[in-house]
Each structure stands twice: as C-alpha cells, then as structure tokens.
Design a protein around this ligand. Structure first.
Ligand SMILES: [Zn+2]
Length: 130
C-alpha cells in the first residue's frame, strides 16, 4: 500500500461529493440498462469520470469549494428526508401539527382526545384532536 499512499500524496482524495457522484453513477448505470440503446450506458460513466478526476486532482482548494457548494445544497435535502422518515416511523404513536402563529412543527402523542397544545416557541395555545 506504500505505492498507493505515495501516489495519493498532494491529491484531493474522496469527499461527500465524490461519493454522491459514485452513487449517481451506480443509479444511472442501473436505470440505463433497461433502455436497449447502444452507447446510452456510456452516459453513466460521466459522473464516474468526474468522481475519479476529483479524487486524483491536485487542485485541492477548488475541489474543497466544489464540495462546500454541494454540501450547502445537500444538507437541507438530507435533513428534510430524515425528518419525513422519522415522521413516517412514529406515525402510529404521534401526530404532527403546525403552530398557527409561528408555523413551527409540533409533535404530539396520538390518542389523547381533544387537547390544548401550547407551542414551545411562541407560547400560542390551540386545541386539536389527537
Ligand atoms: Zn408557535
């Protein structure tokens, strides 16, 4: 492994964007398999090529900036996906309401009948059936 470490010296290596490009390559190559058009599957190689170019790149500042731009877009998407997943997981034990005043999301246990909900952010009270 010494030769590999020596080769990677001064090069950028992997980051979140490279992994995302790798996943994109795998998804694209899976999807493009179903279309029986010649050379269309080569389209999937584009993200893979970009991924390898980024890993072996010596322009570290530029790659770092690209990754930062990607993460700025990706984190809100990831957070939204995680939120909807946890909401789906406890759909039988909890209900979610939006505060009518500040529109923040409130999580309330299910099956308590009509209850008065107090928003922890703005202290607005409203009655909902759980
Ligand atoms: Zn509120």
């Amino acid at each position: 492994m010494y030769w590999f470490r020596r080769m990677m010296m001064g090069r950028y290596g992997t980051d979140q964007l490279s992994i995302a490009l790798l996943i994109l390559y795998m998804v694209l190559s899976l999807i493009l398999q179903f279309f029986r058009v010649p050379f269309l599957s080569l389209l999937a190689l584009i993200p893979l090529a970009i991924c390898f170019y980024r890993i072996f790149s010596r322009n570290i500042n530029r790659r770092y900036a690209e990754n930062a731009r990607f993460l700025k877009w990706w984190y809100p998407v990831k957070t939204r996906m995680q939120k909807s997943y946890s909401r789906f997981q406890d759909r039988q034990t909890h209900r979610y309401f939006k505060c009518p005043h500040c529109s923040s999301t409130l999580r309330v246990p299910r099956g308590r009948g009509k209850i008065c909900i107090t928003c922890p952010v703005c202290r607005t009270e409203f009655i909902k059936k759980t």
